[in-house]
Design a protein around this ligand. Structure first.
Ligand code: 2NL
Length: 343
């Protein structure tokens, strides 16, 4: 039996040495040391030995068992070490490789200008109000004192969806809706930015453009309030050295109406190509809210007065950044937006 154990130890030593994977090694552990393994088989035959031999052989069998256990344990350590080394060589990272450069987006200049204007008006106590781009003909035209015979209502200028619904041509309908919701309450002090739509397409007109309209209604509002407001706006937007001037004009929804110029931001009023040597550039339209519009919006024109103005966001952005063609803002060309990365 001692010979049998010696031969088991010899073969086991060889096989364990030859095991190349942890699975193979585990199979050998079962084969030699398991409940149905070879050592156990020898121990089972101990009954045939004499009482003197039994403890001697039993002790030896346990020694062999321990030796095999140690062999398995050592080999297991070696194999785990090998596996780790393999993993490390396979998973090495070449930290000298250049990284993948990510493109960082920039805001569209119109968004930058729109946010700046919103900030300016909020700082002056205006509430920003937005509304639907698809409008009812009544809110877009009728309520604003544009009778059905007015040329602005022509199919040629307006994108009609049905007879009744259209793409708003200005953000004024948002202000009509807001006034009606307030049911005559005072004051009204709102600014409405948003996309508007007209059938125009040339270097200074785009079929989609954006504007921000301001509206203030209260007792004792005068043209002087309008002028002071617009001067403050021009200076917060373009610099405190700017001046403005009002020229008489016409809009159906205001009376009197004015076109507003700012002292040229390129030449500081000395004359250049931007201002056609006049020293002034037009930036917006404004006026005192027409009595008919006040009435349509639920206010009594003999009790309250209001001023309103409309500013083209593209117009301001073109002046601020020296852009010559309005359509560059809508081209989607990243060479345009790249120039505005970081604001
Ligand atoms: C322009 C001119 C203007 C208004 C917009 C307005 C709104 C209401 C009542 C009265 Cl609810 N007026 N808006 C007034 C005057 C001019 O825009 O040339 N915008 C680019």
């Amino acid at each position: 039996m001692r010979d049998k154990l010696n031969s088991i130890l010899k073969i086991a030593t060889n096989e364990i040495d030859g095991a190349n994977t942890l699975e193979q090694l585990n199979d050998l552990r079962v084969k030699y040391l398991g409940k149905k393994g070879e050592i156990t088989a020898v121990l089972r035959q101990m009954g045939s030995l004499s009482p003197e031999e039994r403890p001697v052989v039993g002790k030896y069998a346990n020694e062999v068992k321990e030796q095999i256990q140690e062999l398995v344990c050592d080999r297991e350590k070696e194999l785990k070490q090998k596996e780790m080394e393999q993993k490390l060589t396979q998973e090495t990272i070449d930290i000298t490789l250049p990284g993948v450069k990510r493109n960082i987006g920039g805001l569209n200049p119109l968004t930058i200008v729109k946010r700046k204007m919103e900030e300016v008006f909020m700082s002056m106590g205006y509430e920003i109000v937005e509304g639907p781009e698809i409008e009812n003909e009544y809110f877009n035209f009728e309520a604003l004192n544009l009778p059905s015979t007015h040329p602005a209502r022509d199919m040629q200028d307006t994108f009609y969806i049905t007879k009744e619904f259209l793409l708003r041509t200005h953000t004024s309908p948002v202000q009509i809706r807001t006034m009606l919701n307030k049911q005559g309450k005072l004051p009204v002090k709102i600014a409405s930015p948003g996309r508007v739509f007209r059938k125009d397409d040339d270097p200074t007109h785009s079929p989609i453009f954006q504007q921000i309209e301001g509206l203030v209604i209260d007792k004792d509002i005068t043209m002087a309030d309008l002028k002071g407001t617009l001067l403050l706006f021009a200076q917060k937007m373009f610099g405190t050295n700017k001046k403005i001037r009002l020229r008489p004009s016409y809009f159906p929804f205001t009376e009197p109406s004015a076109e507003v110029d700012i002292s040229c931001i390129m030449c500081e009023g000395n004359g250049c190509s931007t201002c056609s040597d006049t020293g002034w550039v037009e930036i917006l339209g404004a006026g005192m809210v027409h009595p008919n519009v006040l009435k349509n919006a639920g206010y009594d024109p003999s009790e309250v007065k209001g001023f309103a103005f409309g500013i083209g966001i593209e117009r301001v952005a073109m002046l601020k950044y020296g852009v010559k063609d309005i359509r560059d803002f809508y081209s989607g060309d990243i060479r345009v937006s790249k120039q505005f990365i970081g604001g």
